[in-house]
Ligand binder design. Structure first.
Ligand code: F0G
Length: 430
């Protein structure tokens, strides 16, 4: 059987540690940890067929787009109860206008908004809560800009574990808060930013014996990395030139990179796509570090963007994400809120809805193409991380009856008034 262990990511340390410990940081140097495996030898061709066959199975474990690839995450033994809501199996859809606008590039969308709680977080959460449940954890906790919290609340409810979440006061979308409440989580609104909430949670967690499910928990990354196996399978195992993700706490970029590296090492793919991380201009410490070649990340103390999901100034996983850019020859870009809105509008013209943070990916591709850093007609997959309905306040703010965008009309209930309004709205006499 394959064997899993934890290892420090710091080059100068690389200490192997006991996988039975519930740890987020190295005992010796405090570095981030990752799950590593001594994989059983296997034949990639046979395993691909097994994974393919499982798509037709009615077993809950096979219906999950994460556990269908369980040979890639062998950290649970076969008797473990899997906590799943049939996550993953999300569509890979082509674009028409968006690809032209962003490049032109050959742009496809991996839409993670089609997950049970409406975001990519469900992939990591099934892994992490399964782990927590197997360790008989009583209470899980996270700090969040909203999506991690709704996902944690759902999976914890499923496992029968209490959920405690810390969110910045009035800084997460109403829909995300409503989801967490609906799943019965205890919600503590604290501080103005995710960074403040996260710092306080980390300080209090040991005292209360809380099991953290933020992406510093290495088992979260394990679930999240399976996105690349699913994506490659959907593409007949032909990697694209680029995979683009929005960057907040940088767990997703880390997971995508780890997934790709393992697929390469295990012989499933022959080349590695370049990973691109796009941040919002008001919360872009990673972009700043990469673009100025700084050795360390300088936090943004007062992060600010309307893409609230990625309003993070002190990303915990920056070292893992930088390693991914180094491995893959990746890139980072920064986009303004206006550019994000424009990208979201163009996606909507293709019939693709998403939350603002997700649209940052396409805005970033456009900028990188214009700068000649992504070549025209490149094969690009953008990961849309969250569902359109995650932030309807944002849509209502941008798409109401303003002078330049007259989409919404309020009409007296009589035919004359209706004709006049339609006349103006459609620009033709009715
Ligand atoms: N997109 C969405 C919709 C998100 O919710 C997040 C992060 C990201 C992108 C960035 O991903 O943190 O892995 O770099 N949301 C976290 C949360 C922070 O609490 O829901 P990342």
């Amino acid at each position: 059987m394959s064997y899993a262990y934890l290892q420090c990511i710091e080059e100068s340390c690389r200490l192997r540690q006991d996988p039975k410990r519930d740890a987020y940081h190295c005992v010796a140097c405090g570095g981030l940890l990752e799950v590593k495996y001594d994989f059983d030898p296997f034949d990639p061709e046979e395993l691909r067929e097994t994974w393919h066959r499982r798509r037709l199975s009615g077993e809950p474990i096979d219906r999950s787009g994460v556990w269908r690839f369980r040979e890639l995450i062998p950290f649970v033994d076969p008797a473990t109860r899997i906590i799943s809501l049939s996550e993953g199996s999300t569509p890979l859809v082509g674009t028409r206008r968006a690809g032209y606008w962003a490049g032109p590039v050959h742009l496809t969308i991996k839409h993670q908004g089609n997950n049970p709680t409406g975001s990519f977080k469900d992939l990591g959460m099934t892994a992490c809560i399964t782990r927590a449940s197997s360790r008989n954890v009583r209470m899980v906790a996270c700090a969040s800009t909203g999506n991690t919290s709704s996902s944690m609340a759902a999976y914890a409810a499923r496992a029968g574990i209490k959920a405690l979440l810390f969110v910045p006061y009035r800084q997460i979308s109403a829909a995300k808060l409503a989801q967490a409440l609906d799943f019965g989580a205890i919600v503590v609104e604290v501080g103005d930013t995710f960074d403040q909430a996260f710092r306080l949670l980390r300080e209090i967690a040991p005292e209360l014996g809380l099991y953290l499910v933020n992406s510093v928990n290495p088992f979260r990354i394990e679930g999240q990395k399976t996105i690349v196996a699913e994506m490659m399978e959907q593409r007949a195992w032909r990697p694209p030139d680029y995979i683009v993700v929005p960057g907040g706490n940088l767990g997703n970029a880390s997971a995508v990179g780890k997934g790709l590296q393992e697929l390469l090492e295990l012989g499933f793919i022959e080349k590695i796509p370049r990973v691109v991380v796009v941040q919002a201009a008001g919360a872009n410490p990673f972009y700043q570090m990469i673009s100025s070649g700084l050795p360390d990340l300088i936090p943004v103390e007062d992060p600010n963007t309307q893409a609230t999901a990625i309003r993070i100034g002190r990303p915990a996983n920056w070292k893992k994400a930088r390693r991914v850019l180094e491995w893959t020859g990746g890139l980072s870009e920064s986009v303004t809120d206006e550019e994000i809105f424009e990208a979201k509008r163009v996606l909507a013209e293709d019939g693709v809805g998403c939350e603002p943070a997700s649209a940052a990916t396409i805005a970033g591709v456009r900028k990188l193409c214009r700068a000649g850093k992504i070549e025209r007609h490149a094969d690009v997959v953008a990961v849309l991380t969250g569902n359109q309905l995650k932030d309807t306040d944002y849509i209502m703010r941008h798409r109401s009856a303003s002078e330049e965008n007259r989409q919404r009309w309020c009409v007296e209930p009589n035919l004359d008034a209706l004709r006049r309004a339609l006349d103006q709205a459609l620009g033709v006499p009715v």
